[in-house]
Design a protein around this ligand. Structure first.
Ligand code: PIT
Length: 191
C-alpha cells in the first residue's frame, strides 16, 4: 500500500475555511486566468494589503481519487522553492473548500502576450526570447532535479511575475504533476 505525508516546512496550514475569509479578501469577480486549474481569484491580504492569487478547490462530496490528487498537488507545491515557480504561502482546509494562497503574478500569461502582442505592435527580440526560454528551462530542470514531472507544460502555464518586459516567468498549475523515481518509464497520456 502506498503512503504519503505532507512535508514539514514553513507553509502554514489552517484547518478552518472561515479563517481564509478573515485573513484575505477574495475578489470573486476577478478570476485570474482560465486554465485547467479552475478558479484562481485575485485576493488581498487584509492586514498588509498585499495582493495574492487564491485557488479555491471544491472539497465537498468528492471522490477519494480527487482527494488524493488534491493531496499530491499540495504536497508537491509545499516542497517547491524556486524563483521561476509559483510559491505557495498558506493553505486553508475548510468544510467545503480548500484554499491555496499563492503569489500574484501581475504580468499575465505568456500565452496572452504571444497571442495579442502582435496586434499591439509588440516585437519579440531574440534576446528576450532567449531569456524567456532560460526561465522556462530553469523551472523544468529544477522540478526534474527534485523528482517531479509537471506534465502540463504550455504557454498558458507560464505567467509573468511583473508587468515589465524584463519580468521573470513563473510556472503554475501543478494539478497534473507527480513524483517520479530515477529511471522510471512514464507512458500515460495527460494534459
Ligand atoms: C494565475 C495568477 C497567479 C497564480 C496562478 C494563476 C496560479 C495558479 C496555480 C494553479 C495550480 C497550482 C499552482 C498554481 O497547482 O498569480 O492566473 O493548480
Amino acid at each position: 500500500m502506498q503512503q504519503s505525508s505532507l512535508p514539514l516546512n514553513l507553509i502554514r496550514e489552517h484547518f478552518s475555511g472561515s479563517n481564509c475569509a478573515n485573513t484575505y479578501e477574495i475578489h470573486g469577480s476577478e478570476k485570474l486566468g482560465k486554465g485547467s486549474y479552475g478558479s484562481v481569484y485575485l485576493s488581498t491580504h487584509r492586514k498588509s494589503r498585499e495582493s495574492r492569487a487564491i485557488k479555491v478547490m471544491n472539497a465537498d462530496n468528492v471522490t477519494s481519487y480527487y482527494l488524493r490528487k488534491l493531496h499530491t498537488e499540495i504536497s508537491i507545491l509545499k516542497g517547491i522553492d524556486h524563483p521561476n515557480i509559483i510559491q505557495l504561502h498558506e493553505v486553508f482546509f475548510g468544510r467545503h473548500s480548500v484554499y491555496l494562497v499563492m503569489n500574484y503574478c501581475k504580468g499575465g500569461e505568456l500565452f496572452e502576450l504571444l497571442n495579442n502582442g502582435k496586434s499591439q505592435g509588440f516585437v519579440f527580440r531574440e534576446d528576450m526570447g532567449a531569456s524567456l526560454m532560460l526561465d522556462m528551462l530553469r523551472s523544468v530542470h529544477y522540478l526534474h532535479s527534485i523528482g517531479i514531472v509537471h506534465r502540463d507544460l504550455k504557454l498558458e502555464n507560464f505567467m509573468f511575475e511583473e508587468k515589465s518586459s524584463s519580468s521573470s516567468l513563473i510556472l503554475i498549475d501543478f494539478g497534473l504533476s507527480r513524483r517520479f523515481e530515477a529511471g522510471e518509464k512514464m507512458n500515460q497520456r495527460v494534459g
